[in-house]
Design a protein. Sequence first.
Length: 415
Amino acid sequence: MVPSILYLNAAPNDLIHGMKLAGIRRYAAVRGWEAVAIPPQKFNSKGIAALLAAHRPVAGIIVEATDDKAPLRPSLFGAVPVVYLHPPHEFRDGRIAYVATDNEAVARAAFRELSARRPAAYAVVGYRLRTEWSATRMRVFAELAAKAHVPCSIFNAYGQEVDLRTEEGAAALARWVVELPRHTAIFAVNDGTAGYVQRAAQAVHRHIPRELTLCGVDNLAAIHQAQPQTITSIQIDFERAGFLAARMLGDNISHKGTETQRNMNSQHPRFNSIQGGSLRGSVALCDKCFTVGPLMAVWRESTGGAGRREPHIMAAVERIRREACDGLTARKVIEESPGSKRLFTLRFREATGHSVLDEIRHVRLEKVETLLLQTDTPIGAIADMCGWGSSVALQHFFHARTGMGMREWRRKNRG
């Protein structure tokens, strides 16, 4: 029988999950496995054993576990390997394998997009519920505004819950929008929230993008084609999230458990003290975790500039996002672009607010910061992993951008 990867999907009607499932299926096809999406009405904590029996043999399980839902605990799955997608922050205690969104990188990408027009002020609107991902995006965006010495107004701050779906919530948002200074750049933590901001601006006659610019996250307009495609959005690499989760399962199965445990114990000694040293299910994968960040900014009318949606510019940005750390050069991007090289360079700068080389360096710097924060990779090895010609060149660039050396930055930001 063909082994199955079960994707326990908490929101089957959300097409974002369809993109994750596509990534799971891409890996499953390589291994000759079947990927099966299980909707929430067909599973619960008491029925896991029956679910596993019905789909035997099960190669592994991927659980969608966003931080506003109660996720299924690893112990429910026995010895079956489990990987979590987007688990709550308190769930990430070193005992589970997971793939999560890099929400700090999302906020940085949004700030970078909105700062291209040098706004007079910034503003950020949080999700209607208190969630870790929303709070992180809001906090990082506000910190970036503070570092730029530009005022930043916050709606739906960390201790608040204003339900924008209600008339009272919509009215409160409209009152806030009408008070924003002219030329304010607004970051909405997801596209649903951005839609509420757009409607509030229309209600109080604040024009987007002449008076206010707006950026969301998820690129839902491209997924739900019926929606007006007017809001600039940060596209997260959801397909890669699904692929990485499936690959983590495959790696675990290839290593047959005991080797995985040995690797875990050598890389993460603190896990040796887990009860009796007996590792089962997703616990045996706890040396693994990945984050996925923004794939690209999808430019639309809400940040201005009709030329921003030119397909070859968007394709170049996506290529840089994927290949910058593999030695891609600005010259290669420009030379392989269609049409006039000079015009491409001009259009690229108009679209992003910076040069092709700056875009490549930015993507590499994001990878450097991820390695410094999330791994113990030696400083000297990071340059090669991120596409820099030499460690010395990276050290000079990093200090110029952050005002500190890489070791100091790692120590400060990892606490």
